[in-house]
Design a protein. Structure first.
Length: 292
């Protein structure tokens, strides 16, 4: 029988956990792409509901749920690092830095689930749409919107993401002293930049000279392949798998960043003791609060 007075000790093998999380997340992302290719776009089933479930390009599919969950766990990890920084007596500015990152990734989790940045871009476009062609001189934002060839959210929200990316890189370079952790951060940021670039290409019109899908359709045999394999045009197939690839690259970047944060948390909270209390402490009860 377990002694109720004896504290419960849980030992976490950090290296095994990190390796297991990496293998699980990457395997899931590859599986999502394969399911989208075969079940959804390849019409392995004619049931539309099942195809939509495995459509990686949709916001209500299984891959989208995975992305939201992963970003939420990343945000919770950063909140835990903030708690450790406060309990460990870190400087005020370091605590503020972790707080900024915790709030930012909490927003990113909500953004993944509610498509906030896309809705902000649509709102920005609606506000400035009437400014072009009116009797009044158009604003700078309206003129940029008129000339910008891709999605409007990149004008409205991308500068904020760029600032946060620079802050994240500088702050984590100072906080994460291990070369492996720094490399994970650099690779993660590279994945995010790649995903944004793919999104920019996605927003280009079919006749835009920068659109690579139009060129590939006209100068390669992708049309024949797409019609034979999917009964779709080559242009439509390329656009779909570009979206699927974009989501997978973004999820992979989140995996790398989460591993960097988790590894740092495992090191700074190596000997953490957490005590749960109910009600007011007894007079003779020792004060064993949580610490990092």
């Amino acid at each position: 029988m377990t002694d109720p007075t004896r504290p419960l000790e849980l030992t976490v093998r950090a290296d095994r956990w990190l390796a297991g999380i990496f293998v699980f997340c990457v395997s899931a992302q590859l599986l999502f792409f394969a399911l989208d290719y075969h079940v959804n776009y390849g019409r392995l089933t004619d049931i539309g509901a099942m195809r939509r479930l495995f459509n990686t390009a949709r916001e209500d599919g299984l891959a989208s749920w995975f992305a939201v969950t992963q970003t939420t766990l990343l945000a919770l990890t950063v909140w835990a690092l903030l708690v450790c920084a406060r309990a460990g007596g870190a400087s005020r500015w370091r605590q503020i830095g972790w707080l900024v990152l915790a709030v930012f990734f909490s927003f990113m989790s909500a953004d993944d689930g509610a498509t906030i940045h896309e809705r902000l871009g649509t709102t920005f476009k609606a506000i400035n749409k009437g400014a072009v062609g009116s009797d009044e001189a158009p604003t700078l934002a309206a003129r940029i919107l008129e000339q910008f060839p891709s999605y409007s959210w990149q004008i409205a929200v991308l500068p904020f993401f760029a600032v946060m990316g620079v802050f994240l890189a500088v702050f984590l370079w100072r906080e994460l002293r291990r070369p492996r952790a720094r490399l994970l951060v650099i690779l993660a940021l590279g994945c995010y930049v790649t995903a944004i670039g793919l999104d920019f290409v996605e927003g280009l019109g079919k006749d835009h000279p920068w659109n690579p899908f139009t060129w590939l359709t006209e100068h390669t045999s992708v049309n024949e392949w797409a019609r034979e394999r999917f009964h779709r045009t080559g242009y439509d197939a390329l656009r779909h798998f570009q979206k699927s690839l974009e989501e997978c690259v973004e999820m992979f970047g989140t995996t790398l960043l989460w591993l960097a944060f988790l590894g740092h948390l495992f090191r700074v909270a190596k000997e953490t003791r957490l005590t749960f209390r109910f009600g007011a402490p007894e007079p003779n009860e020792p004060d064993n609060g949580s610490s990092c």
